[in-house]
Write a protein that binds this ligand. Structure first.
Ligand code: PLP
Length: 503
């Protein structure tokens, strides 16, 4: 920004320039900070944003050349690194403006040494806590011995990992992959293959049923199952052979199965929809799904990439209703937040439909991932993280419920299982303040959470977090609602003052 005037005026002029605040007045302010951040990221011009905006985002921002922040790892500070990222990286995310530099368990530090508690856990990939010592030891030991053989040869880690996974989850066989989306793709291919070879579906006519509101990743096949325009817009044409039904509605599934009958090879679903905003289905839904899939000779395929590995208070979320899917997909915490590890589990009858040369991955089942995966599973088991998640999750929802009762006009619902929870904000009561803005407020108070959609805030800390830290986060949430909403937020104050100052 140019001009000699003070930072408040610069905020006003910057905002005016971008959105014509002079004309729109308070309407512009109502868009608040999420809009500012979005706009700044869109124009790729964070460096040009006024210091007071950046200060409102990051807390204390050093003046140029004065007291440069001391990085934990390097010499560059948060602002500089964000500028660099915005300039050189695709804008396919809208991050909360905080820079991870170091992390341990549920604790995160930025390059300036500010401390935060992680309430996202990298979308449930860090169930074991950041840099768990047992996982780090497995990583380092294995990295010094052997990292990759490819499956063109055998390596001495994968067979042990495969046995451990099948023993732990009770399936005959595993097919290893890397990312979650690859795991889902693998399950889709497996289901089609089984549909043609075992169920006798006519060639190229197999149908997979999935759910509205689902999130299974970002590849073309996977987004083809999405009902979210943001995920699918201008990425068409979508994959054929997919039917969508309402989530949590067993009668909708029954209808689709009756309609598409013998062509359906699989029903793919999340036992709790994570990205959709931690949508927990009604009790009995999983049992109904199991019964319907059996009745129609359709594979029940549970995407447990986010809900598995103890996240919801059981090793698998399907365990809550004691149902056994035909295919289970794991990812995220299977790599303990260290490296990508995913896996598809099934019995021989299904898995043996894939033969040599028909599917694979250069890195799937690599020795480093296998060693890390074994440590990841072992930590969840030996530290009883599933039980811990169930108990602490109950306690945490009680704290959040008290806050909801105190601010019923701001929070419409608290929901979740184990330590996979969400607070559903009341859009009307918030008067235009978005969930993103609340997350920025939480960040200012040392809690890192990410909104999903405009009104939902997911709270999913590492399963190793302490009860006290859960209480700290609930207190921070309460404080944001009590003190930081319009009229009280720093950015509102700065913007209002700057607009007034600009006349
Ligand atoms: C349920 C579910 N399935 C699949 C994925 C995709 O995993 P990845 O991002 O590792 O491809 C995610 C990621 O958020 C997920 O939550």
């Amino acid at each position: 920004m140019t001009g000699p005037s003070g930072s408040l005026c610069r905020v006003g002029r910057y905002a005016s320039k971008l959105w014509g605040f002079a004309e729109t007045g308070l309407t512009g302010v109502r868009q608040g900070w999420g809009a500012i951040a979005t706009r700044v990221l869109e124009v790729g011009d964070f460096a040009q944003a006024p210091r007071s905006y950046r200060s409102a985002v990051y807390g204390a921002v050093p003046m140029a050349g004065v007291g440069q922040p001391k990085g934990c790892a390097g010499t560059q500070g948060t602002n500089e690194l964000i500028d660099m990222e915005v300039k050189y990286s695709a804008h396919n995310y809208h991050p909360v403006p905080v820079m991870f530099s170091r992390a341990k368990d549920a604790n995160v530090w930025d390059p300036e040494g500010r401390h935060y508690l992680d309430f996202l856990s990298a979308y449930s990939a860090v169930n074991q806590g950041h840099c768990h010592p047992a996982v780090m030891k497995a990583l380092v030991d294995q990295a010094q011995r052997l990292t990759l053989s490819s499956r063109a040869f055998h390596n001495d880690q994968f067979p042990v990992f495969a046995k451990m996974l099948t023993d732990t989850f009770g399936y005959d066989m595993v097919l290893p992959m890397n990312t979650g989306a690859e795991g889902v793709e693998t399950a889709l291919k497996l289901a089609r293959k089984w549909g043609y070879e075992k169920k006798g579906i006519p060639n190229d006519e197999a149908v997979v049923i999935s759910c509205c509101g689902c999130f299974h990743g970002r590849t073309i096949a996977v987004i083809s199952m999405s009902c979210d325009n943001e995920a699918t817009g201008n990425f068409g044409p979508m994959l054929p052979g997919l039917v969508k039904v309402d989530y949590g509605d067993a009668s909708a599934l029954q209808k689709a199965l009756e309609e598409h009958g013998d062509r359906v090879c699989a029903f793919l679903f999340e036992p709790i929809q994570g990205e959709a905003g931690v949508v927990v289905p009604v009790d009995g839904y999983l049992k109904d799904v199991r019964r319907l899939c059996t009745e129609h000779n359709v594979l029940m395929m549970a995407d447990e990439i986010q809900t598995g590995m103890g996240r919801t208070g059981k090793m698998l979320a399907c365990d809550w209703e004691d149902v056994r899917p035909d295919v289970v997909i794991l990812g995220k915490a299977l790599g303990a937040g260290v490296i990508p590890v995913s896996a598809v589990l099934a019995d021989k009858e299904v898995m043996m439909c894939i033969r040599p040369g028909e599917h694979g991955s250069t890195f799937g089942g690599n020795p480093l991932a296998s060693a890390v995966g074994m440590a990841a599973v072992e930590v969840v088991k030996s530290e009883n993280l599933a039980e811990r998640s169930a108990i602490l999750g109950e306690e945490f929802r009680q704290h959040l419920e008290k806050i909801r009762q105190k601010f019923p006009h701001l929070i419409s619902k608290v929901r979740g299982k184990g330590l996979l929870n969400a607070v559903v904000m009341n859009q009307q009561g918030l008067g235009g303040v978005s969930a993103y803005e609340i997350c920025v407020g939480l960040k200012e108070r040392g809690i890192l959470a990410k909104p999903t959609h405009d009104t939902i805030i997911r709270l999913s800390p590492p399963l190793t977090i302490s009860a006290q830290n859960l209480k700290d986060a609930a207190d921070a949430f309460e404080a944001v609602l009590e003190h930081d909403l319009p009229g009280g937020t720093e950015v509102e104050r700065v913007l209002l003052e700057s607009i007034e100052a600009a006349g």
